[in-house]
Write a protein that binds this ligand. Structure first.
Ligand code: AMP
Ligand code: ZN
Length: 464
């Protein structure tokens, strides 16, 4: 498996620390507003990576956090608390807001057939782990305290900026444009590990006791703390959108490596954006569509998955309703084909060299830094080819282990078990060239109201 690693800026051979196990941490959603389909592009691609690794024989342990502690908007820690803003907007408590939007997030990921992580962990339930980690950083000399907060001192961490390739001097320039609220910060790129419940935060609803008084954690620390708790100090893969590269993930590296002295992540996996008219789909721009918008427009959420598969995860993808409808049409065609070619007997291994070659082409595409557009093209070529329907169906469900379009479960017709038994006996009779017996069984099946059709060495049953 070859995978692009943001840290080295290269496509590398993927070798986890202890194969076949793979530790995978996915930055989860901030649950203060509706999840939109832009987020879903990132989570679908994470899911495709996870399914690909599983397809190739790895055992993936995926952990995802839920950011339910209100954190401050803007990467510079200035501005308004997102959770409280969400609560005000919808007239609820911060806890209600978090629960409501977490449920909506999973409703959306389920609709897109995105596998649930092995562990889903909430920031609010891991504040003690975050405090312990801040203490470790303090012991190692990476933090300083102001009347308002505990900060990570980026000047003390030599390799700060290694993920984005940004130099600290460039950061200073960039952050000059921003409003730096805490004048006691030593460097504009320093980031809060802990906020005290004082001054502008005196009314902050969510707060916990800490060695620095009542307060609440900064955003970045939760991912380092929970990733270490569930996956250990060095993990194989960490994922997120490309917006997380210059700040959130840079800060996660600084905190984690500052505390442990070990490499935090072997492979950084970053997804490019879903855009609208060329601009990132985002809550703040208001140019977003949710699962409800998709369903209102009669777009099957699974066809959205097919749309995402048709672009490479490192390229931007511009969303239009026209492309969503085209993808729906293609998806419906695929479902129809799957229904028509589905044999009722158990699938047998591939025999023809052509079919085996298609499987190889598919595998090469996904192994090559998840070339899903190429893998989808292999699927259509395979469907159009002259291999048997049984082999086509076998390959379709095989590819679907990675695509996740749920093609295997779409076509179940309710057919009695005793009819299947008759059909299996008939298939056996035909294999033994006992055509008298096979005819008698066919008549029996037809009398029961079913039509049986032979498809090579397989059969299909339909209600008459
Ligand atoms: P958030 O809840 O804003 O932290 O976002 C959750 C995840 O979705 C992060 O990994 C973001 O980078 C990602 N994300 C946000 N907007 C988009 C978008 N328009 N396209 C793709 N990924 C996105
Ligand atoms: Zn994170």
């Amino acid at each position: 498996m070859k995978l692009y690693n943001t840290l080295t800026r290269k496509i590398e051979e993927f070798i986890p620390s202890s194969p076949p196990n793979v530790s995978f941490y996915a930055c989860g959603p901030t649950v203060y507003d509706f999840t939109h389909i832009g987020h879903m592009r990132t989570y679908t691609n994470n899911d495709v990576l996870r399914r690909t690794l599983t397809y190739l024989g790895f055992k993936v342990n995926e952990v995802m956090n839920i950011t339910d502690v209100g954190h401050l908007s803007g990467d510079d820690d200035s501005g308004v608390d997102k959770m409280e803003k969400g609560a005000k907007k919808y007239g609820k408590t911060v806890w209600d807001v978090a629960k409501f939007y977490t449920d909506f997030f999973f409703k959306t990921t389920d609709a897109l057939n995105i596998l649930r992580p092995s562990v889903t962990c909430k920031a609010t339930e891991h504040v003690q782990e975050m405090i312990q980690l801040i203490n470790r950083l303090k012991q190692n000399g990476f933090v300083y305290e102001t009347p308002e907060a505990i900060y990570f001192d980026v000047m003390k961490f030599n390799s700060y900026g290694k993920l984005s390739g940004q130099k600290l001097e460039e950061k200073i320039q960039a952050s000059r444009e921003e409003v730096v609220v805490d004048n006691d910060k030593k460097h504009p790129a320093d980031f809060a590990l802990w906020f005290k419940r004082v001054g502008r935060f005196a009314d902050h609803t969510m707060h916990w006791s800490s060695p620095w008084g009542e307060g609440f954690p900064g955003w970045h620390i939760e991912c380092s703390a929970m990733s270490m708790k569930y996956l250990g100090e060095t993990i194989d893969i960490h994922s997120g959108g490309i917006d997380h590269v210059p700040v959130h993930h840079e800060n996660e590296i600084a905190q984690s490596e500052g505390a442990t002295g070990k490499q935090f992540v072997k492979y950084w996996f970053h997804n490019n954006f879903l855009t609208v008219d060329g601009q990132k789909m985002s809550k703040s721009l208001g140019n977003f569509y949710t699962l409800e918008d998709i369903e209102k427009n009669k777009i099957d959420p699974l066809s959205l998955r097919l749309l995402f598969l048709q672009s490479h995860y490192r390229q931007p993808l511009n969303f239009t309703w026209q492309s969503a409808r085209a993808s729906l049409e293609a998806f419906n065609r695929l479902k129809e084909i799957a229904t028509n070619i589905k044999p009722h007997n158990a699938p047998t291994p591939l025999k023809s060299t052509k079919a085996i070659a298609f499987q190889q082409q598919f595998k090469s595409a996904i192994e090559n830094d998840l070339q899903t557009p190429q893998a989808v093209a292999v699927m259509w070529d395979m469907i159009k080819s002259d291999i048997t329907n049984e082999e086509k169906y076998f390959l379709l469900t095989d590819f679907d282990k990675v695509f996740g379009l749920n093609l295997g479960s779409i076509v179940e017709e309710k057919i009695d078990a005793n009819i299947i038994t008759l059909a299996e006996r008939r298939l056996e009779a035909r294999r033994q060239r006992n055509f008298d017996m096979s005819d008698r069984l066919r008549i029996k099946i037809e009398k029961a109201g079913f039509k049986i059709e032979d498809v090579g060495d397989a059969y299909k049953i339909k209600k008459i």
